[in-house]
Every structure is written in C-alpha cells, then in structure tokens.
Design a protein around this ligand. Structure first.
Ligand SMILES: [Zn+2]
Ligand SMILES: [Zn+2]
Length: 314
C-alpha cells in the first residue's frame, strides 16, 4: 500500500506513547555513510519533552557535513524537524500531550555570556543536532521543553519541516536590516535562497533579484516571489575572477537599470564566484550578508568592500 503523504498525518495517527517499540534512527557512522539503527531512547529529564518526529528536512549542510568524519561518537543526523509531544517531564507545565511543535536543533548552555545576552545561537558551548549531538532524524526525540516551538493546526507538516531554515532566513533579514524600499539581490535559489526571497516578500521589499546557475531554479524563484530572475554567468574560460564578476554585474546593472547597484545582497550559495558578484553588485554604503556555506576559505574583493564602505555581516 502506498505511504500516506506527510500532509495526511494528523494527531490521530500518533498512537499511544507507551506503545513505543522502536526508535529507528539515521546514524552518521563514517564519511558519506549512514546506517539505520534502532537507538534506545534516553531517559526523559524533568524539564524535557519527548517528541514523536513526523517530518525532517534534509539540509544542504547535512550533505556537506556527512563527507567528513563524525567528530564524536556517531550521531543521529537531522536538524529540521517537527512532530507531536508524546511525553512530558514532571516539571513541564507549559506544553501538553499531542501538541504540535517544531524543534529548535541547537543545544545552548544557557549560562555563557552569549546565552545570557539572549544570543543562544552564538553559545560558546553550543552542541548542534545531527552534527555534534544526536539529531532529529529518528522516531522519538527528547529535548528541553523550551527548545520546542508550538505550531498551529493550520501549518501543514510539510511546511513545519521548513520552520528551522525559515527561522534562519528571518534572522538573516534582521541581520541585514531589510527594509521595504530596498532593492535586494539573492545569490543562489536553493532552499535557503528561496526562503530568504519569501521573507523579503513578507517584508515588502521593493525589488527582489534572484540569481542562480540553473534556469529551473530561477523560474521557481520568480514564481514564488522574486521580481527578476537572472542566470549567473559561469567563468568557463578561466578569466581573472574579479574582472569576470565585474563585467557580468556591470552588464546586469545596465540591463536592469539598477543605478549604482542594489541596497542589499544576500549570498546564499556559498560559491566563490557569487561572493565576488555580490560584493560588486552592492551599491556604495550597502550591506552584504553571507548566508551560504561553501568552502572554508573563500576570496573576497576587500578593496571594493573598503572603497564602497560596505557593511559585511555573517
Ligand atoms: Zn539546515
Ligand atoms: Zn551558552
């Protein structure tokens, strides 16, 4: 029989928590190697909840990370999950059984200077699900109740699986100080770029220009919020990278009547060529935000950054 679509799940399908027989988990055991293991479920602490995981997104960072060696004992993968609470720790009073929640996948210490300041994503002792700590690509996941975010019935499970990357996109928009009057460029129309475009649309940004090297991704971006979709040039003749980026962007600026460039560029591909193009397309005094994760070490045209007084943020 065909498996039901994730959208068809409802809390009625959850079943009694005491009927837990297995905790099938996708475990990252070696570079590019995962294994389906039946993991024991840890003891639930007094401030914890147990979530039956309904949906987990596979992230681009999973694809990067699994090429390396797991740093500690092989962790369960996954960090973009939502599900239903099936058990409560004895001290939990603000969550309830069968509540639909998204899971915050970072585990901050809540004691260091960054946590105290409210910047838990910068925690000095941060453990991250699926990377340094066991992740959510399993049947049952235990975490602090405060790391679950209640979600309404109107959000489908498919949508719920996007809440974590959506939260990142909203954080990027805040970091970028995104404003309605702006023209922005987004490089890379993968999931992160598309969610940044969706957030920019919600902010009422005046003009959103999406770049990618795949026409199908550009078409999707234009269908879902971008005002203009442009195919990024590829440096097939191994031209000097910065002059290649400058020639391409100058043509785009002329073609699209962008004046001195865009107010804000968000680099969501991690590709070095897009880093160059993003810096070049940003107008003097503008802001550049790096969102994509590519190579560890990438060149940045710092002369241009300095001359144009760009604000660069991570
Ligand atoms: Zn992710
Ligand atoms: Zn901390």
């Amino acid at each position: 029989m065909a498996q039901p679509e994730v959208n068809e799940y409802s809390t009625k399908d959850i079943g009694a928590p005491d009927g837990i027989l297995t905790n099938r988990s996708v475990v990252w055991i070696a570079p590019k190697k995962v294994e389906l293991q039946d993991r024991t479920i840890p003891e639930i602490g007094p401030k914890d909840v147990m979530v039956k995981v309904i949906v987990t997104g596979i992230c681009g960072s999973d694809a990067h990370v699994w090429c390396s060696n797991p740093s500690k004992q092989p962790p369960v993968m996954g960090h973009e999950s939502a599900g239903v609470i099936v058990r409560l720790g004895v001290e939990v009073s603000d969550r309830y059984i069968n509540q639909r929640v998204a899971i915050e996948p970072s585990c901050p210490c809540l004691e260091c200077e960054f946590c105290i300041r409210g910047q838990t994503n910068l925690c000095a002792q941060l453990e991250y699900c699926g990377h340094t700590a066991d992740g959510t690509l399993c049947q049952y996941f235990i975490c602090r109740a405060t790391m679950t975010v209640p979600i309404p019935e109107s959000v489908s499970w498919k949508e719920a699986g996007c809440i974590q990357p959506l939260a990142i996109s909203i954080q990027l928009a805040r970091r970028a100080n995104m404003r309605a009057h702006q023209t922005i460029a987004v490089f890379g129309c993968g999931p992160l770029g598309l969610l940044v475009i969706a957030v920019a649309k919600a902010y009422g940004v005046a003009k959103i220009i999406a770049f990618d090297i795949e026409q199908s991704r550009i078409d999707f971006a234009v269908k879902h919020g971008a005002d203009i979709g442009l195919l990024s040039a590829t440096n097939t003749n191994s031209e000097e990278p910065l002059s290649f980026a400058t020639t391409f962007i100058n043509n785009i600026i002329k073609q699209e009547n962008l004046g001195s460039g865009v107010d804000l560029s968000i680099e969501a591909s991690g590709a070095e060529a897009c880093v160059h193009m993003s810096v070049v397309v940003t107008k003097p005094g503008g802001t550049y935000v790096q969102a994509g994760l590519g190579k560890q070490l990438v060149s940045v045209p710092l002369f241009e950054v300095t001359a144009k007084e760009l604000t660069i943020k991570g």
